[in-house]
Design a protein around this ligand. Structure first.
Ligand code: GTP
Ligand code: MG
Length: 218
């Protein structure tokens, strides 16, 4: 990633971001305005926390200790004064978590359906960041989501979360193991990012990666 992408990424997220829309089903999606970047991952991996860290807000996306916090597709976009009027409109999408066995079966089915339908059926979805808790690594349920995106040719990249909870020496082997698992997956971006929302680590790289995806599409 170049310094230009890092700077563009910094500016994108220096704007003031706000909640835009939330929907529990595909029938009430907001209009497709600009490009969407979605955050997916198992329940409780830290999706909502990562979005807050990206935009420098503590409470824009609601977070919780209890899995199953985010129950809708939540859309966020820059509000207030545009910092850079030349850049493309960008929308961040916080998704419900998957693989949460303790929730009522009917809810789990509804979330799973929503996640899969959104991931394969949104024309302006530019990239999906699939978050993986660095303490747990990849789980079988992640593969079902990768399969979906490979089939739909939706570009995705794995982001490790909560790296403040593991030893720094564990990060490189974990990244390597995930890269190996993604090797033959056509829609997977061949680099794994490492973040901690709590310590605000890896944000510059993630913001830069998002700026790069936008730049390559425009
Ligand atoms: P669902 O919406 O329920 O799927 O969860 P989520 O993936 O949005 O996770 P959320 O951001 O709500 O965070 C879940 C828990 O992980 C909360 O207790 C957070 O405080 C904690 N958490 C999130 N990011 C980090 C991190 O970087 N480090 C540590 N140590 N904890 C984190
Ligand atoms: Mg959430």
């Amino acid at each position: 990633m170049t310094d230009v992408h890092k700077e563009t990424g910094r500016l994108l997220f220096a704007r003031s971001w706000d909640f835009w829309r939330g929907t529990p089903d595909m029938a009430h999606l907001p209009p497709m305005e600009g490009y969407e970047i979605a955050f997916a991952g198992r329940s409780n991996v830290g999706k909502s926390s990562l979005i807050n860290a990206l935009v420098n807000r503590h409470d824009m996306a609601r977070t919780s200790n209890t899995p199953g916090r985010t129950q809708e597709l939540n859309f966020f976009r820059p509000g207030g004064v545009e910092v850079d009027t030349n850049s493309l409109p960008l929308v961040l999408v916080d998704m419900p978590g998957y693989g949460f066995a303790a929730a009522p079966e009917q809810k789990v089915r509804a979330w799973t359906k929503l996640i899969h339908e959104f991931l394969r059926g949104r024309a302006n979805l530019l990239r999906v960041y699939v978050l993986v808790d660095s303490r747990h690594g990849l789980k079988p349920v992640d593969a079902t989501v990768f399969d979906q995106m490979d089939r739909a040719a939706v570009s995705y990249q794995v982001v490790l979360t909560k790296i403040d909870q593991i030893a720094p020496s564990e990060i490189a082997p974990l990244k390597a193991a995930i890269m190996k698992a993604l090797e033959k997956r056509p829609a997977a971006y061949p680099e794994v990012l490492a973040t901690s929302s709590r310590k605000a680590e890896g944000m510059e790289e993630l913001r830069g990666a998002i700026a790069q995806v936008l730049a390559e599409r425009s």
